[in-house]
Design a protein around this ligand. Structure first.
Ligand code: NDP
Length: 315
């Protein structure tokens, strides 16, 4: 019987691991197919506090992991096939590890940005292709920028990026935007923002120095193709939280983000906590994920200590 198990090793899960290991809660952390989470796909992280000259995403995650290990956190690789939250205790069925029983559970399985799956996209992530304007906008001062998508995120990112870039072009696959009226209006009033509507992105072009140089798009009406010259492409077509494995055992919103009690990390099941992007469709920053990871650790510790009266040996 474990006191606490953490699912996921992004900044949220690793921060929870640091706090719980340091509190002698002997957490078990289960890491899945992308140890370190989304930050391992980025290059330089310039806005994580404490690093004057910035830090590389993979290095930041490696350091967090080592910090958790220093306090005795135990890491195991496995894939949670199913779980039973009808306890406590809660039962996890983990491929490669068998069944694990735990008094409390922290879910920090993150979310992933949706990609277009077009040529030139994946190989240029961090080299001109980004899914986070807040993280990478600064690198595109006075450069030409393209934002792909027609939702609120695309409008918000375009507006934000217009502070840095010489021009920002929004490319969207339909003539109508999905974004709310207020966000549309704000983007439309921004003189630096131009539009390519009813166009489908088909290829991201780069030069032999691995710098993005353009986006090939196709007009959905005429079928005509053109290349937009650009230095940076921000893909803002939505995110998907990694919650499929929960099979409806926790309350989520319609996209699948776990709903937590405001001001805490408590989910709809007592003793089960969620932190990081898996419960946050709004801020999605490494530092906010780490912050909620700390909250989840404190919530879980208090829960387990407070349930000490429960006779776990009979569970
Ligand atoms: P949305 O799902 O709302 O929008 C995604 C956009 O990407 C749509 O315009 C969609 O096109 C387009 N898209 C999806 N897949 C593809 C594809 N394969 N190729 C080309 N285009 C594609 O996601 P958002 O991230 O914009 O927003 C998520 C939620 O967060 C929303 O509820 C939003 O309101 C909220 N939000 C609120 C903010 C705020 O209030 N400040 C800021 C940011 C987000 P199509 O329209 O044709 O489907």
């Amino acid at each position: 019987m474990r006191r606490v198990v953490i699912l996921g090793t992004g900044p949220a899960g690793l921060t929870a691991a640091i706090y719980l290991a340091r509190a002698d809660m002997k957490p078990l952390i289960i890491e899945g197919s992308q140890p370190g989470g989304q930050l391992t796909m980025t290059r330089e992280v310039d806005n994580y506090p404490g690093f004057v000259g910035g830090v590389m995403g993979p290095e930041l995650m490696e350091n967090m992991r080592k910090q958790a290990e220093r306090f005795g956190a135990e890491f195991k690789t496995g894939w949670v096939n199913s779980l039973d939250l009808s306890g406590p205790p809660y039962r996890l069925r983990v491929e490669g590890l068998g069944d694990i029983l735990t008094q409390s559970l922290i879910i920090s399985t993150g979310a992933s940005a949706k990609f277009l799956n077009i040529p030139g996209e994946k190989e240029n992530i961090g080299r001109g292709v980004s899914t986070c304007a807040t993280c990478d906008g600064f690198f595109f001062k006075d450069k030409k920028i393209v934002v792909i998508g027609g939702g609120d995120t695309a409008m918000e990112e375009a507006h934000f990026l217009a502070k840095f870039g010489s021009e920002v072009r929004i490319v969207h696959r339909r003539n109508e935007l999905r974004a709310s009226k207020i966000m549309q209006n704000r983007a439309q009033q921004n003189k630096k923002i131009t539009w390519s509507l009813n166009k489908t992105p088909i290829e991201i072009m780069a030069n032999n120095k691995n710098e993005v140089t353009g986006l090939k798009i196709k007009d959905n009406g005429t079928g005509e193709e053109e290349i937009i010259e650009t230095d940076g492409i921000f893909i803002a077509i939505g995110h998907l939280p990694s919650t499929g494995f929960l099979k409806g055992q926790l309350n989520t919103d319609e996209t699948g983000y776990i709903i937590v009690k405001p001001g805490s990390t408590q989910t709809s099941v007592p003793g089960v906590f969620a932190c990081g992007d898996v419960q946050d469709s709004k801020y999605r920053q490494a530092i906010t994920a780490a912050g909620t990871g700390c909250m989840a650790a404190l919530d879980a510790e208090r829960y387990v200590e407070g349930s000490a009266v429960h006779d776990w040996s009979k569970a």
